[in-house]
Design a protein around this ligand. Structure first.
Ligand code: ZN
Length: 854
C-alpha cells in the first residue's frame, strides 16, 4: 500500500510547514453490535495552518472507503485524492479547514478500533489502541507525535452503552436507539494518545483530591472498568488504591498538577500489550482482572503497570518525544518509575527492585546481545522501525540506565531535572538534548560523555572479579575487569559474602566505587580475608552482566539458595542464567541448581522466573541426548515441591503450574487427570478455572485429552479466556492434524482475532513436538515476505516470531535461516530484524548445547 509506512523525513517535512489548531472527530459506532457490519462512519475536521500557502500535504488514513474530502469548502474527488493510505490535498491556504468522511473498519487485530463480542453474554465492546500509528485506522490524521492539537471527540453509540474518551463528556443526547456523546476538547496531545472506549462496561467510580502548594484543590474523578461478565472478579478497590498512592507520589516528586482532568482505567479484551497511557483514559489488558488465584507476583506486576502508565501522564503525554528515535524519553522513564513508585509510594510491593533486577533486566540483557541491538536513543527511519523498538532496550535497559544515572548524579538532581523539564516543555515535544541540558543544570555535571557512552552506544558490558590472596587467605588484590564492546563508567557496589553462624551467606563488606576502563582495582578490599563469595554490582546499581571467580562459583553451586538477601540472591540467579545462555555453564548444571534451591526460594517472582528458565534450559539449551532425563527431573522436582509447599500458598500454586508445564510420565499425568476429575487432591490447592486450563493443556500436549473432553471444558467455561485456552489446547495436541489445523487457521485466513492467533501459535509451538513441527520450517521461510506484506504489522510480528522453527535446534535449520537472510537482503528491515533475532537465538542454543554435551 503506498505510503503506509510513514518515514521520519516525511514527518519532519510536514512538521516544518504545518501547525495544527484542532481536530473534531465524529464516530458513529451504532452498527458495532451487528457482526455483519464491517465498518463505522468517521468524520474528521482538521483546522491547521500552513507556512507555505499553495503547498500540498497528505493526511494519513487507513480506511476501506473515503466518501468525501473537502478543503476550505472545496470538494475534492476521493477517487483521486485518496490512495488507500493517504489523502492528498493541494493548494493549501495559510489557514485551512479539511474535512474527511470515511468508512473505517472495526479491528480484529487490536490495532485501531477493536471490536469484541463476549461469548459469555453476547455483549459487544469497543476500544481503541493506536501507538505508534493506528489512529489513522479510525480518523484522518497527521500521524506523528509532534503535531499536537486539541481533539474534540463526538461518538454516537447504542443507547445502552457508555462511552469514554481522553476528556470528560460534556453532554449526552439520546436519539432513538442511540445516544451521542460529546466530549470536551482535550489539551494539546499527540494523535497516538487519543482514545475511545465504548460498550456496556462495568464501572467502578472513585475520587482523588489534593491541595496544591498554592492552596487550590485538585479534584480528579477516577474510574475503573471491565467487561460485565468479568465484574465478579474485578478487584477495583485494589487498583484504585494503588492509583491514589501513585497520584500522591508523582505529585510530590514532579510538582506539576496532573494535567488531564479525570483518570479512567479500562481493562479491555484482546489487548495486544500490557497497557497504554492514553491521557485520562488508560487502557489495560483485561488479563489483569484475575478470574482465578494468581500469585502475589501478578499483583505486583499489575501495580507496576498502573504506576508506569501514570508516570506517562507526565513523561510522554505532557512532554512527548518529537519522533520515535526518542521513544526512550517516555518508556525508559515510565519503566523506571514503575519500580521506583512501587517502593516510594508506599505500596505493599517493597520488593519491586528485586523483580526489576531479576526479570526486567533479563529482557534487556537478551535484547542487547542480539546482532540487531541498538543504542537507547535509536535511529528510527520509519513506522515499521518504530513498531519494533518497543523492546527490552527502550524499556528495561533504559530504566536500568536511569537507575544508574540516579546513582551517578543523585536523586535530587534527577527529580529537580524532571520538574524543570515539565515546566519548560509542557504540551511540547523534546529530544535527548533538551533533557540533558536540564540535568546538567541540576546536577552540575557534564552529562554529554555519560550520555554518549550510556545512551548512544549499544551492547552490554561484562564485569568479572579477579582476586588474589596470600598464603594466609588475605586478599592481596581485588580488581574488576570490564569487557564487551564500548567500555563505560559504572558506579557499582562490590559485596563480600561469608557464612554466618546459621550457615546463611551474608554480606560482610560492601565497597562502592566507579569502575572505568578495562581494569579497576578495589583498593579497600586489600588485607581482608578472602570471602566465600564476591558479588559484583551488588545492590544492582548498574547495567552489566556479572561473572564470578572460581571460588565464588563453587560457593554458589553449594549454597546459592542460602544467600539471605533477596536482591543479592536474585542477582546471583540472574548471573548463573546468563552463564548458561552464554554457554559457560552446562544447562544440566543450571537445572541442578534450580532443583536444589528453588524449593527454598522465598521470592515468588524469582521462583516463577526460575521455573520458566529451567524449562527453557531443558527444551533448548540441553544436549538433546539428556533432554528426556532433564524433563523427568523437572517434573519430579515439581511434584516433590508441590507436595512440600505450604497449603494454599502462592508457592504451592506456582509449583502446581510448573507441574502442569513439565508433566510427562504416567505418574505426573495421572495426578493431573486426578486433579481435574477431583479424584486426587493436594491439601490447600484449589483447582480453579485457570488452573484447570493449565492442567488440560498438559494433558492435551501429551496426547491424553480428547476433543470431546476439551469441548466439555469449554462448555463449562464459555468465556473469552476459556475460548483462548481451548484454542491453545487444540493446537497443542501432538498430531499432524492438530498442527496443520493451527497453522492453517493462522496462515490461510485473516479471520482469526489477535488473541486466537496468539493462542494457536502457542499451542502449535510446544517444544516437545519438534518432530511434528519440523515440516513447517521450509514453508515458513517461503511465506515470510507474503505475510509481511499482507498482514497488519502486529499480526505479522506474531507470526514471524512465533512460527520460526525455534524448537529445531540444529545446523540445518540455522543454515535455512542464513539462506533466507542471504537471499533477501532487500526484505523490509523490520522483517529482517525479527528473523535475525530468532536466528541468533538458534545459534546461541547450539552453543549452549555444545557446552552441555562437553
Ligand atoms: Zn510505557
Amino acid at each position: 500500500m503506498p505510503g503506509k509506512n510513514l518515514s521520519r523525513d516525511e514527518a519532519q517535512q510536514r512538521a516544518s510547514v504545518l501547525t495544527v489548531d484542532s481536530y473534531r472527530v465524529h464516530l458513529d459506532v451504532t452498527s458495532a453490535p451487528d457482526p455483519a457490519a464491517a465498518t463505522f462512519r468517521s468524520t474528521t475536521t482538521i483546522a491547521f495552518r500552513c507556512t507555505e500557502p499553495g503547498a500540498s500535504v497528505f493526511v494519513d488514513l487507513l480506511a476501506p472507503a473515503v466518501r468525501a474530502v473537502t478543503l476550505n469548502g472545496r470538494p475534492l474527488d476521493p477517487a483521486t485524492a485518496y490512495d488507500g493510505a493517504r489523502v492528498h490535498v493541494d493548494g493549501l491556504a495559510a489557514q485551512n479547514v479539511l474535512t474527511v468522511e470515511a468508512d473505517c473498519a472495526y479491528s480484529r487485530t487490536g490495532e485501531g478500533l477493536h471490536r469484541f463480542t463476549d461469548p459469555a453474554d453476547g455483549e459487544t465492546y469497543l476500544y481503541t489502541h493506536y501507538e505508534p500509528a493506528d489512529a489513522r485506522r479510525v480518523f484522518a490524521t497527521f500521524e506523528q507525535p509532534d503535531l499536537k492539537a486539541p481533539f474534540g471527540f463526538t461518538v454516537t453509540a447504542p443507547a445502552a452503552w457508555d462511552v469514554w474518551s481522553n476528556a470528560a463528556h460534556e453532554r449526552v443526547t439520546p436519539d432513538g436507539t442511540a445516544r451521542t456523546w460529546e466530549f470536551a476538547p482535550t489539551k494539546p496531545i499527540s494523535t497516538y494518545l487519543t482514545a475511545v472506549v465504548a460498550g456496556p462496561y462495568h464501572v467502578v467510580r472513585d475520587h482523588y483530591s489534593r491541595t496544591l502548594d498554592d492552596g487550590t484543590v485538585l479534584d480528579i474523578p477516577l474510574s475503573a472498568m471491565c467487561r460485565r461478565s468479568l465484574a465478579p472478579h474485578f478487584d477495583a478497590d485494589e487498583i484504585l488504591g494503588v492509583t491514589k498512592l501513585g497520584l500522591d507520589f508523582f505529585h510530590e516528586r514532579f510538582a506539576y498538577p496532573y494535567p488531564f482532568g479525570k483518570y479512567d482505567q479500562a481493562f479491555v479484551p484482546e489487548y495486544n500489550i500490557g497497557a497504554m497511557e492514553n491521557p485520562g483514559c488508560v487502557t489495560f489488558r483485561e488479563e489483569f482482572v484475575y478470574r482465578s488465584k494468581v500469585t502475589d507476583a501478578a499483583y505486583e506486576g499489575r501495580a507496576n503497570v498502573v504506576l508506569h502508565e501514570m508516570a506517562h501522564m507526565w513523561f510522554g503525554d505532557l512532554v512527548t518525544m518529537r519522533w520515535w528515535d526518542d521513544l526512550w524519553l517516555k518508556e525508559s522513564f515510565a519503566d523506571f518509575m514503575g519500580s521506583y513508585g512501587l517502593v516510594g509510594a508506599g505500596t505493599r510491593y517493597q520488593g519491586a527492585w528485586v523483580t526489576f533486577a531479576n526479570q526486567r533486566k533479563a529482557w534487556a540483557y537478551r535484547q542487547d546481545q542480539f546482532p540487531t541491538t541498538h543504542p537507547i536513543t535509536a535511529d528510527i527511519r520509519d513506522l515499521e522501525d518504530a513498531k519494533l523498538n518497543f523492546d527490552g532496550i527502550t524499556y528495561a535497559k533504559g530504566a536500568s540506565v536511569l537507575k544508574q544515572l540516579v546513582a551517578y548524579a543523585g536523586s535530587e538532581a534527577f527529580f529537580e531535572g524532571a520538574r524543570r523539564y515539565f515546566q519548560r516543555h509542557a504540551f511540547g515535544n523534546t529530544e535527548l538534548a533538551d533533557l540533558l541540558d536540564i540535568l546538567e543544570e541540576t546536577s552540575g555535571r557534564d552529562l554529554r560523555s555519560w550520555a554518549a557512552s550510556w545512551l548512544q552506544t549499544a551492547g552490554v558490558n561484562t564485569l568479572t572479579p579477579q582476586l588474589t590472596a596470600d598464603a594466609e587467605g588475605r586478599i592481596t588484590e581485588l580488581a574488576v575487569l570490564q569487557d564487551g564492546g564500548v567500555l563505560r563508567p559504572h558506579r557499582i557496589a562490590v559485596g563480600l559474602y561469608d557464612r554466618d553462624a546459621d550457615g546463611a551467606l551474608v554480606r560482610t563488606a560492601r565497597f562502592e566505587l566507579d569502575v572505568t576502563g578495562a581494569r579497576t582495582v578495589v583498593a579497600e578490599a586489600v588485607g581482608r580475608t578472602r570471602p566465600a563469595l564476591v558479588l559484583l554490582n551488588d545492590d544492582d546499581l548498574t547495567y552489566c552482566k556479572i561473572r564470578f571467580d572460581e571460588e565464588s562459583l563453587e560457593t554458589l553451586r553449594t549454597g546459592l539458595g542460602e544467600i539471605r538477601d533477596d536482591l543479592a540472591r536474585a542477582l546471583a540467579w540472574s548471573a548463573v542464567w546468563n552463564l548458561t545462555r552464554d554457554a559457560l555453564m552446562p544447562a544440566r548444571d543450571y537445572v541442578a541448581l534450580v532443583l536444589r534451591f528453588a524449593g527454598q526460594e522465598a521470592n515468588i517472582g524469582v521462583l516463577q522466573s526460575l521455573h520458566a528458565q529451567a524449562k527453557g534450559a531443558v527444551d533448548v539449551y540441553a544436549d538433546p541426548a539428556w533432554r528426556g532425563e532433564g524433563g523427568r527431573l523437572l517434573a519430579d522436582g515439581a511434584l516433590r515441591e508441590l507436595r512440600a509447599a505450604a497449603p494454599g500458598s502462592d508457592h504451592q500454586l506456582a509449583w502446581a503450574r510448573f507441574l502442569a508445564q513439565t508433566a510427562n510420565g504416567s505418574e505426573h499425568l495421572g495426578l493431573v487427570r486426578g486433579l481435574l476429575a477431583g479424584t486426587a487432591r493436594i491439601d490447600g490447592l484449589e483447582v480453579d478455572q485457570e488452573l484447570r486450563w493449565a492442567l488440560w493443556l498438559a494433558l492435551a500436549a501429551a496426547g491424553h485429552a480428547t476433543g470431546e473432553e476439551l469441548a466439555g471444558e469449554l462448555a463449562a467455561d464459555n468465556t473469552a479466556s476459556g475460548r483462548r485456552q481451548h484454542t491453545q489446547c487444540l493446537a497443542a495436541r501432538p498430531t499432524p492434524e492438530a498442527k496443520a489445523a493451527a497453522w492453517s487457521a493462522v496462515i490461510d485466513s485473516d479471520e482469526l482475532p489477535n488473541a486466537l492467533v496468539e493462542a494457536s501459535i502457542a499451542g502449535f509451538a510446544v517444544p516437545a513436538h519438534r518432530d511434528l513441527t519440523a515440516l513447517y520450517a521450509a514453508p515458513y521461510f517461503k511465506l515470510l515476505e507474503r505475510i509481511w506484506a499482507e498482514r497488519t504489522i502486529e499480526i505479522a510480528m506474531r507470526i514471524v516470531g512465533g512460527f520460526f522453527p525455534q524448537a529445531q535446534v540444529d545446523e540445518a535449520t540455522l543454515a535455512e535461516a542464513d539462506g533466507w537472510l542471504a537471499g533477501h537482503p532487500d526484505a523490509a528491515p523490520a522483517l529482517r530484524r525479527l528473523v535475525l533475532e530468532r536466528r541468533d537465538d538458534l545459534a546461541r542454543a547450539l552453543r549452549a548445547q555444545a557446552c552441555d554435551r562437553a
